[in-house]
Design a protein around this ligand. Structure first.
Ligand SMILES: *[C@@H]1O[C@H](CO)[C@@H](O)[C@H](O)[C@H]1NC(C)=O
Ligand SMILES: *[C@@H]1O[C@H](CO)[C@@H](O)[C@H](O)[C@H]1NC(C)=O
Ligand SMILES: *[C@@H]1O[C@H](CO)[C@@H](O)[C@H](O)[C@H]1NC(C)=O
Ligand SMILES: *[C@@H]1O[C@H](CO)[C@@H](O)[C@H](O)[C@H]1NC(C)=O
Ligand SMILES: *[C@@H]1O[C@H](CO)[C@@H](O)[C@H](O)[C@H]1NC(C)=O
Ligand SMILES: *[C@@H]1O[C@H](CO)[C@@H](O)[C@H](O)[C@H]1NC(C)=O
Ligand SMILES: *[C@@H]1O[C@H](CO)[C@@H](O)[C@H](O)[C@H]1NC(C)=O
Ligand SMILES: [Zn+2]
Ligand SMILES: [Zn+2]
Length: 438
């Protein structure tokens, strides 16, 4: 049964991809710009290393990435032909840098992230994401100049990816609409194999408190209302609910406080949770069931629940197959390897990204590239672990970031030059939006 369903999914995917491939024939084998892109990127190696290393060694939290913002905008301002806007739409650490081609044409955008994690520094490797964005944008502009191509390339500085959703704020401010982007390119480091597909969950986050009533825990416990018990009940209800959840439903969280004294009935408890599911529809239904568990804690104990959903939920990442195929073509031409696409595009989801929201509205990919320690070993931990932070600062990881960026610049050049490709990419997004809510 499971096998049948799996095979069916595979067939559907293959049918879709062959239809797309015939629409954009040239991209099947043409990598004519790859040498020019590669030579140019190699020529800016030292500047790019400075950016990657400087951001890595100066970690800053979301919306406080002042050094990274200043470094990147100063660098882009010094580039010929780029128009830089700092603190875009008053989002202090966001920016845009725009390069105009020879006339109207496709608008290619790259996103650079540069926020770090509390206590862990650049353990998600966003210094490398910043580097990929700058490199990809500059290389695209270089080819546009050389070939006198119409169109536009925009580098966005997108702050606060970790938990805060800087891109969701930018979406809500209308930035991507106002800049009339056609596609959105980004990449992310990983400890797994190189791949054009990033598969993430839809997610939302919440904070809650239970209010009870304090009392002497021995002399008059019956006068108390136990806020800690409410939280324990809710935590256990969620634990039991897991058996009746989809395999793609996730929930995880921490108890922030339970009480303050062992001999006093706790009057206040608090916790923070994150909920994830395979798409926005599942996220809604799964969240509704989780919230009932928190209600249950209040009902059973007589406490009062104050639950607040945080701003900026993220949608699951939707990868555009045509863009993914183009990136794989360039990455392979550069000597890289990618997994079999029919399996890669349906692999398990993991984590979440605010690029997901952008990918629902504009065709997007977020290739993942494997990073290494200086001695060539793969870090023993993935993103959000200390070993990954070490690897994110190595020259070997930086080299892979540049190779990834060369591939993305290739994608950009394809979109700018291949007749009919942009229409096919947009049609793919429309049809996937119509067939599911991904
Ligand atoms: C690419 O494919 C087309 C048709 O499939 C073929 O005519 C052409 O020679 C190929 N070009 C290269 C560079 O392999
Ligand atoms: C980056 O460039 C600045 C200015 O040229 C220099 O002071 C700094 O040492 C460089 N850092 C790295 C990591 O190369
Ligand atoms: C740079 O962009 C801003 C904002 O879009 C615009 O007002 C300005 O005219 C542009 N400057 C140049 C030199 O193109
Ligand atoms: C940015 O803030 C300034 C001052 O608070 C305000 O005048 C301006 O309209 C804001 N710009 C945007 C694009 O929101
Ligand atoms: C409920 O929680 C929110 C968010 O933590 C907080 O701002 C608000 O003051 C709380 N309400 C009460 C009644 O304490
Ligand atoms: C981002 O995605 C989340 C999850 O689907 C959704 O709730 C939110 O409205 C989206 N925000 C924007 C600005 O797209
Ligand atoms: C390679 O470097 C990493 C990180 O410094 C270290 O943990 C690992 O033991 C090293 N491996 C070898 C074979 O030296
Ligand atoms: Zn992260
Ligand atoms: Zn990340």
């Amino acid at each position: 049964m499971a096998k049948c369903a799996y095979l069916l999914t595979c067939c559907l995917v293959l049918l879709t991809s062959s239809a797309n491939a015939s629409d954009v024939r040239r991209q099947d084998n043409d990598t004519s710009h790859v040498d020019a892109i590669s030579d140019y990127v190699d020529s800016i190696y030292d500047d790019m290393w400075n950016i990657s290393k400087t951001i890595h060694d100066n970690p800053e939290l979301g919306f406080k990435e002042f050094k990274a913002h200043n470094l990147l905008t100063s660098f882009m301002e010094a580039q010929d032909g780029w128009n830089v806007t700092r603190s875009l739409y008053n989002i202090s650490t966001s920016f845009s840098a725009v390069f105009e081609g020879s006339g109207d044409g496709p608008v290619i955008s790259f996103n650079s992230e540069y926020d770090a994690l509390p206590n862990l520094g650049h353990a998600c490797g966003h210094n490398l994401i910043a580097t990929v964005g700058v490199t990809g944008a500059l290389a695209t502009a270089k080819i546009m100049k050389g070939q006198n191509l119409p169109g536009k390339v925009i580098l966005f500085g997108t702050p606060a990816e970790e938990s805060l959703g800087g891109k969701v704020d930018m979406l809500e401010a209308g930035i991507f609409d106002d800049y009339e982007i056609d596609i959105s390119l980004i990449a992310h480091p990983s400890n797994g194999p190189d791949t054009p597909y990033m598969r993430t969950f839809s997610t939302s986050r919440l904070d809650l408190e239970y209010y009870g009533k304090t009392a002497h825990a021995s002399a008059a416990p019956y006068e108390g209302i136990n806020a800690q018990d409410a939280l324990v009940l809710a935590y256990n209800a969620i634990g039991l609910l897991r058996q009746q959840s989809q395999r793609t439903d996730q929930v995880h969280g921490i108890i922030n406080s339970g009480g303050t004294s062992i001999n006093v009935i706790p009057e206040l408890s608090s916790a923070s949770f994150q909920i994830r599911a395979k798409d926005d529809t599942d996220l809604d239904s799964w969240s509704a069931r989780i919230l009932k568990c928190f209600d249950a804690g209040a009902v059973a104990t007589g406490t009062e629940l104050n639950l607040t959903m945080r701003d900026n939920s993220y949608s699951a990442m939707l990868s555009n197959d045509i863009l993914a195929t183009s990136w794989s073509k360039y990455f392979t031409a550069l000597g890289g390897r990618v997994p079999e696409p029919s399996l890669d595009r349906i692999k398990d989801q993991g984590g979440s990204t605010d690029q997901g929201n952008i990918s629902k509205k504009w065709p997007s990919i977020q290739p993942q590239f494997q990073i290494y320690n200086e001695n060539g070993s793969v870090p023993t931990g993935g993103p959000h672990t200390a070993p990954f932070e070490v690897a994110a600062g190595s020259k070997k990881s930086f080299d892979k970031a540049l190779m990834t960026a060369k591939g993305l610049a290739g994608v950009a050049v394809d979109v700018l030059t291949v007749e009919g490709m942009l229409d096919a990419i947009k049609a793919e997004l429309e049809s996937s939006a119509a067939s599911s809510d991904m």
